[in-house]
Design a protein around this ligand. Sequence first.
Ligand SMILES: Cc1cc2nc3c(=O)[nH]c(=O)nc-3n(C[C@H](O)[C@H](O)[C@H](O)COP(=O)(O)OP(=O)(O)OC[C@H]3O[C@@H](n4cnc5c(N)ncnc54)[C@H](O)[C@@H]3O)c2cc1C
Length: 384
Amino acid sequence: MFELSEEQRLIKETAKNFADTTLAPVASQIDREEKIPTEVLSKLSELGFWGIMVPEEYGGAGLDTLALALVLEQISCACASTSVTLSVHNSLCCNALTKYGKEAQKKRYMPRLAGGEIIGAYAMTEPEAGSDAASLKTRAQLVGNHYILNGVKSFITSGPTAGLIVVFARTHPDISLRDKGISAFLVEPGFAGVTRGQKEDKMGVRGAPMCEIILEDAYIPKENLLAGENQGFKIAMDTLDCGRIGIAAQSVGIASAALDSAIKYAKERKQFGKTLSEFQSIQWKLAEMATDIEAARLLTYQAAVRRDKNLPYTKEASMAKLFGSTMANKVVKESLQIHGGMGYTKDFPIERFFRDAKITEIYEGTSEVQHIVISRSIISNRCL
Ligand SMILES: Cc1cc2nc3c(=O)[nH]c(=O)nc-3n(C[C@H](O)[C@H](O)[C@H](O)COP(=O)(O)OP(=O)(O)OC[C@H]3O[C@@H](n4cnc5c(N)ncnc54)[C@H](O)[C@@H]3O)c2cc1C
């Protein structure tokens, strides 16, 4: 049996309490107004959720990956926009800095990131480099004490609001080197030559704004190179492994909320003289939904625990994300069906869960990419 420690239970309870009392009441407003209210952002700071895995010496909570997964799961039950903002910030930005940053870089950025003073983002995708991230074209050339970056990064979560962006760019001119010629940079949006594009009009997670980051002769101080030159792709993939646990947790949270909503509606709504919950076909749907959620939750926690024990976890994180995101989309679809016509209106949150769930199959590696990661791992590691 998977048992949480006393500390982990407390973290989960704290996140649940915040999700139920502070976030859930404003979640549809966040979706409608495409903005997380300042009070919510401040409360997240108070709770230490901007620096969950950031070491305490830099102002973080110094917790582990399972703690991050527990928090993201609970927050996703209320608002997927808030959870993806936190997930990208914690697992893709703070985590890259914690693991690969130099002391001066950590001192400069970590306390502000951990306190929620600045939001972190991660910029890998380009108009012509999505799933094939190693084909990215953004160029970085060292000139004196600066790297000059040129290129466009697309679909950047928190791009419109971020105070620090981990940007991946090609330091080696030979594009055929692919992943071996890429470096990672800590980019402040205020640096000369960095501009933000128009905010994208999205289907779901509408409260997590996204835009292009345009680099036109952008001046990045040499000391903002993360780790060494041409180490960027390794950093990108390593941080994405952790990010995928976050998206798996998000999938579990969205699905749990959809199940709760379906149960509540099924117990209230009467047809043919009975509540929906009295029909066996509805009961079986609910039973399958609950079972699938539990399986996804365990895969997610397992991947997190493996990371915390320094065990290989790339395959497990991909499995958790693949299974979790597929499950979430199935569960929200069934839940909406149980709500009947009411589920298709904005009177019930299931309509938002339905829109929010879809992205879990796309960002941080599509489901097809997860299949590639998992199959590569099992074929190379198993004696067939
Ligand atoms: C809301 C949102 C937020 C995002 N946030 C960020 C962010 O913060 N930072 C960032 O860098 N990026 C971000 N992204 C980008 C996201 O990671 C990419 O959209 C994703 O990786 C897919 O790339 P693509 O959209 O170019 O699709 P493509 O790579 O063009 O893929 C299109 C389809 O083809 C399939 N496909 C591609 N290659 C293969 C293959 N070899 N075998 C089988 N099928 C294949 C894909 O699975 C997909 O179904 C975000 C995207 C969205 C929509």
